[in-house]
Structure formats: C-alpha cells, structure tokens
Ligand binder design. Sequence first.
Ligand code: G4P
Length: 533
Amino acid sequence: MSSALAQEVQRRRTFAIISHPDAGKSTMTEALALHARMISEAGAIHGKAGRKSTVSDWMEMEKARGISVSSTALQFNYTADGDDDTPHVINLVDTPGHADFSEDTYRVLTAVDAAVMLIDAAKGLEPQTLKLFQVCRHRGIPVITVINKWDRPGQTPLELIDEITERIGLIPTPLFFPVGIAGDFRGLLDRQTGEYIHFTRTAGGAKVAPEEIMSADAALDREGDEWTTALEESELLTEMGQDHDQEMFLAGQTSPMIFASAMLNFGVRQLLETLVALAPAPAGRADVDGTMREVTDPFSAVVFKVQAGMDTSHRDRLAYMRIVSGEFERGMVVTHAQTGKPFATKYAQAVFGRDRSTVDLAYPGDVVGLVNAMALAPGDTLYIDPKVQYPPIPSFAPEHFSALRVNTADKYKQFRKAMDQLDSEGVVQVLRNDLRGDASPVLAAVGPMQFEVVTARMKSEFNVDTTIEPLGYSLARRTDEQSATELTRQRGVEVFTRTDGALLALFSDKWRLQYVEKEHPDLMLEPLVATAD
Ligand code: G4P
C-alpha cells in the first residue's frame, strides 16, 4: 500500500500560474489541456468568444467584469518523454486574475508545490506578477518562468533576462531559447541537448503544433543567422553561469525559463516536460509544532479556499482541500482539527469552471472540493488519526475599509447569518467595535472589489440589501488592550476587534500613524504583513 502510495505521489505535480491579467494565463491553461489530450481542439474549455464567461461564471459580477473570482483546479494526465505505461498527473490550480483578490491567490499558493510565472514578452514584469512572485519567494515555492507571446514583437531575450535578474533578484536559466526574435518565432534551441525544435503553425493555433527536432547543423542550414544568434546568446548565458541547477532552482535562486506562444501552442510541451522533470513532487509538511507529516503517513489535508454560490441552481458551498498525506477515499470519515468533530466526505468533487465530477480516490498533491462543508474555513486541517494540525494561513494586510449597512431593518437576522458565513469563508475581514454596534460591522479588504462580492452575495444568496460606505481609513496596525485605550482618544484613529480576536487600529493615512507613533512611542502598533506567519 505504502509503496503504491509513494508512486502516486511521485507522479504528481501541483502548480499554479502566476501572471498579470492578459499575459495569457487562460490561453496557456487551454494549451496545456490540449497537449495533455484532454481536449482535442483549443477553444473547448474557454471558447474564444465566450472564454471569460465559460471558465467560471458563478456570479454575474464576474461576467460583467470579465474576471474570474473562483479558484478551481484542473487535473490531467500527461505522458512525458520516458514515461512508461503510467502517465504523470498534473494538477493546475487556478488563481483569481484580479489584484483585488490577492488574498485568495495567496491562499491558493499555499496549496501548490511550484509556480509558473507567465510574462508577456512585450511587457516584461508587471505589478501583479511582481506581487505574486514575492509570495512565492516568501513561501519558498520554486518558480519556472515562461515568456509568452513570442509570436508578437517584444523585448529581446537578454533584456527580459536582465530585467528579471535586476528587479527581483531571480536568475533565469533558460532551458529552451528562442530562435528568431519576438514576432518571428521559428523554434527553440534546447540548451541541454543542443538540438533545434522547429515548430509548424496550425490554423488558428487550435491544434498541437507539430515539432521537428533537428541537429545543430541542420538548424544552421535552415535558419542561418537566427540560429547563430540563439547559439551565441546561449553561450553567453553559460559563461555567466546561467545554466540550470536543480538545487538553486528548488532554493528559489534561479528559475528555469522557456520561451513560448500559448496561442500558437509553441513551447507548451516543453513546459509540461519541464514541470515533470524539474518541479518537485508533493512533499510532507510540518504541523503547528514543527513535526513533519510525511506524504505516506495517514490522510491529512489543508482547506485553502471556501466558495459558496458557485452553482446558482444548488447554492452550495464548496471547501477545497489540498491533500498533504495519505490516500483519500470518498466517503471516509475524517476529523476536522479545529473543532475535533468528524466530517463525512461523501460529496467529494473535482471542479473546473462549471464542470464537476465525483472524486473517489485522491492522493497528496490533489485538490478535492467538499460540498456543503459548512464548518470548514481556509487554513483548516482535516485528518485521519494520528492528529495533525497545520499552521493557519496568514491573512493579508487590508488597505480598504468600509462600513456595511443593512437597508431593511427586518432582515437583521439574515444579515447576521450572511455576515458570519462570508466572514468564515474569508471573503473579507470583519471588524467590530462597541461604538458602531453589531448592525454595522466594518469590512476590511485588500481590494475594493471584495466589497462588491459581499453586497452581491448578500443579495443573491440571502436576499438582504446592503450598502457599502467607504471609510476614510487606509491602513491597519495590530495593537493590544493597553494601547487601545490611548488610541481611541486619538483623532483619525479607530480601534476594532477582528473576528479572530485580534485588535486592529485603523489610521486615516501614514502621516497620522507616524504622528501617533512619535507622540506615543510606547503604544503597540505592529504592521500586519501578508506574509507573516
Ligand atoms: P489572462 O488569462 O492572463 O488574462 O490572458 P488570456 O489568456 O485571456 O490572454 C489575453 C490576450 O492575449 C488574449 O487576446 C489572448 O488571445 C492573447 N494571447 C495569449 N497568449 C498569446 C500568445 O502566445 N500570443 C499572442 N499573440 N496572443 C496571446 P484578446 O485579444 O484579449 O482575446 P481574444 O480575442 O484573442 O480571445
């Protein structure tokens, strides 16, 4: 049993794509599925015209804004070079694209073992990519870099490499170097074998692009100067020490790099091969006391995302768990570490966009959605004895604060219920104080769109009309009881208790904070950092 389990673990790769909106994440997801023969033609998952709405349309808001709020996981088999009968199992965990949902993305990143940083060749590093990269760095997640849209004019390879090295201190070590400048994508130099992979375009990029593998001599004959340039630049990188080194990659110091066009399906197979060859298989995790739970130990999992209202006909609530150890069998009764209560897993599902299927068996690295898991919140642990409890997922420092009011007094009871539910899902942070009272909690968020999710869901799921009223605060500090008394006397400062019991002082701006800190140096005012454990 245990060696079969170890084998299942070894053939799994669980990763997320981090990118700035429009860099091509949806197109790449589709291209990966196409290569894994999950779909026979690009367009099947996202469909060009309806792409944004078909991936996930659990809310009208997503459709209206063309964003995806819900995080889901796509699982597919991929037979890599050298695989015998047993293919690899790839779990691609989807991340919300909009910066306002960074906190969700952060939670998703706790569930993966590697990240693919997707960069638009013309735009280079963009703000959201940078932010997400910092999260990966903090969590020690190894990063593979893909320069996308090489079929369109953009920067030179060396410019992009320099930019990444200088701005984020991550050293790219290209594995597949482009032959032809951005906008004239002919193929890739495989820096490990020295061979040339020539791609042929298919109509509209709808099918896997045929590849022709050639020797260096044949490549020179065919591509002339373009080949020589690629070779010279590759040699330059070797001289600078920018060849792949597995240890440095796993340590987060270097990043294997691939040039690609998700639209034309160039470089996509190379990405899959790289994931299989270099990305780490699921590994054990330390619990709150630092004790390791190994992948082959009895079942345990971490809930990283809770989502309700995805299916308007069912109005259910799904908790997504990432399996950390052991085998999961649908129907088994596990324990919820936070409450000590048993939890039946009869309704276990795999979810991607609208599609759901029952999951009967799953292994470490896999993502399983548990239906109507009302008691589960992000960061919670589920296990089979012996007990294990993983560290909680830290929350982001909020930057937007609004009062939420219920418009009809007779709906107060539903309002409370709704507020509790959204709070436990981690949709926003909920702050309260005696002055404002229970009927008017203050919501704290990383991005204002999170507030819209609250009012929209209040209406659609609980039939409660609410109004959001932005408050003039822009930053929060953690404080204690002692300091709170003095802080409430200060102008432009208000103290709240968050649901988890933390005391937070809100300030109108950083100058107000600086002033208070200067006048009262003894007060406890600790920054809330996204990445603090
Ligand atoms: P996202 O999920 O990261 O937001 O990006 P998405 O895949 O939606 O891609 C954003 C735009 O970039 C799309 O164009 C898409 O077709 C295009 N794109 C993605 N990958 C490539 C690539 O490798 N090469 C080129 N040339 N374009 C690429 P759009 O005009 O917004 O949509 P559509 O009309 O093409 O559907």
